[in-house]
Design a protein around this ligand. Structure first.
Ligand SMILES: [Zn+2]
Ligand SMILES: [Zn+2]
Length: 374
């Protein structure tokens, strides 16, 4: 009799939960921006993707097909290898998607992603510092992958890696499964809702990023680390790259345009499943000169920091100076006069109803570096 009671109670709870989840799913929507004035100078893509050339489940062709359905402009393959030549050979235009291919190296300190390098004549060193120097010597960029995952990064002397992954979707999904269990059923019906629910504020990554930027300019990346579930993952986190000229139709030229923008930090990251982020801008104005994200410039007390967050939904813009929040505003156009040298970056929080936690940066800009006059 007691057993029956418990069973009924359990069934009742499951029904209440299912009903609650259904309501949440029906109410969920990705915020769109119908007024968005699209420019060919802003393109978007997904970074850190594995294919069948290492431990991913789909071929580059199939992944490009999914990317094309998600209206991405580019994808960045990062198969394991030192480097992975067969994966790199698949780079090119596929289904009108610019497919770029670097490699994820297993080095002494953890996993290091290398992009945009000219192919080496011998494998990269397994020593993290040496590998980073080799990548740099071949005009490539090195990005510290998932620093706080199971394969974590052991920090040594800062030697100037180009980037750091701030969010790594695989780490969230694989190693934090327990807290995600309540939302797993919705992964089948509405993966966007489930993925947004699983996102947490990357506290350690953000702190480390600010620490690194005190010594070496380091760019932040939202990374998928996709091995499967490509269709659901590709549109989730995106890099929004700002170009100087529209993307070339010629592959070498187009790939150079995107890689040099990543190298220079001329991009921002966004959780596009929560809301379409295209159109965000952050720059410094010094007289006639526009200083872009990722750029270094001598500090000038007449310079202004400009933020454009003209979205048809409510969001809060935070301006961060040397790792500390110095301003929060819900204005759509912000002009701020910086009083000190240092690095300035922006986090934007979505204030509308969303399954995403309120403390996850919906948009994360790269920093602008104001250097002291010598
Ligand atoms: Zn890895
Ligand atoms: Zn990976």
């Amino acid at each position: 009799m007691k057993k029956k009671k418990i069973l009924f109670l359990l069934l009742g709870l499951i029904m209440i939960y299912s009903f609650w989840l259904c309501i949440q799913l029906v109410r969920f929507k990705t915020y769109t921006n119908p007024a968005l004035d699209k420019t060919p100078l802003e393109i978007q893509g997904s970074y850190h993707i594995h294919t069948t050339h290492s431990d991913g489940r789909k071929t580059p062709e199939k992944i490009a097909e999914f990317a094309s359905r998600s209206s991405l402009d580019f994808i960045i393959l990062t198969d394991h290898g030192a480097p992975n030549f067969s994966s790199m050979a698949t780079a090119g235009w596929k289904k009108e998607i610019l497919v770029l291919a670097g490699s994820e190296l297993s080095v002494s300190r953890g996993h290091l992603v290398a992009l945009g390098f000219t192919p080496p004549s011998a494998p990269f060193s397994q020593n993290a510092e040496q590998a980073a120097y080799q990548i740099k010597a071949l005009s490539g960029l090195s990005i510290i992958a998932h620093p706080y995952s199971k394969v974590s990064w052991s920090w040594g002397k800062p030697i100037g890696y180009n980037g750091l992954e701030i969010i790594n979707a695989k780490t969230l999904l694989k190693y934090d499964l327990l807290s995600s269990i309540p939302y797993l059923p919705s992964l089948l019906v509405k993966p966007d809702y489930a993925l947004l629910k699983m996102l947490k504020r990357p506290v350690k990554n953000l702190n480390k990023w600010d620490e690194l930027n005190h010594t070496n300019p380091t760019m932040g990346f939202y990374s998928l680390d996709a091995h499967l579930l490509y269709k659901s993952l590709l549109p989730f986190l995106r890099l929004h790259v700002l170009l100087n000229n529209p993307l070339s139709e010629e592959f070498e030229q187009a790939s150079h345009q995107v890689l040099s923008a990543l190298h220079q930090g001329r991009f921002y990251n966004a959780v596009d499943y929560a809301a379409q982020a295209s159109g965000f801008r952050f720059w410094a104005q010094k007289g006639q000169k526009r200083v872009q994200m990722g750029e270094k410039s001598i500090f000038d007390s007449h310079a202004t920091l400009n933020i454009r967050a003209e979205f048809p939904f409510t969001c809060e813009v935070h301006l961060i100076h040397n790792g500390k929040k110095i301003m929060a505003s819900t204005e759509k156009r912000i002009v701020h006069q910086p009083t000190h040298p240092g690095f300035y970056r922006v986090e934007v929080y979505l204030k509308e109803r969303t399954p995403m936690r309120k403390d996850v940066p919906w948009i994360l800009s790269n920093p602008i570096f104001f250097q002291e006059k010598n």
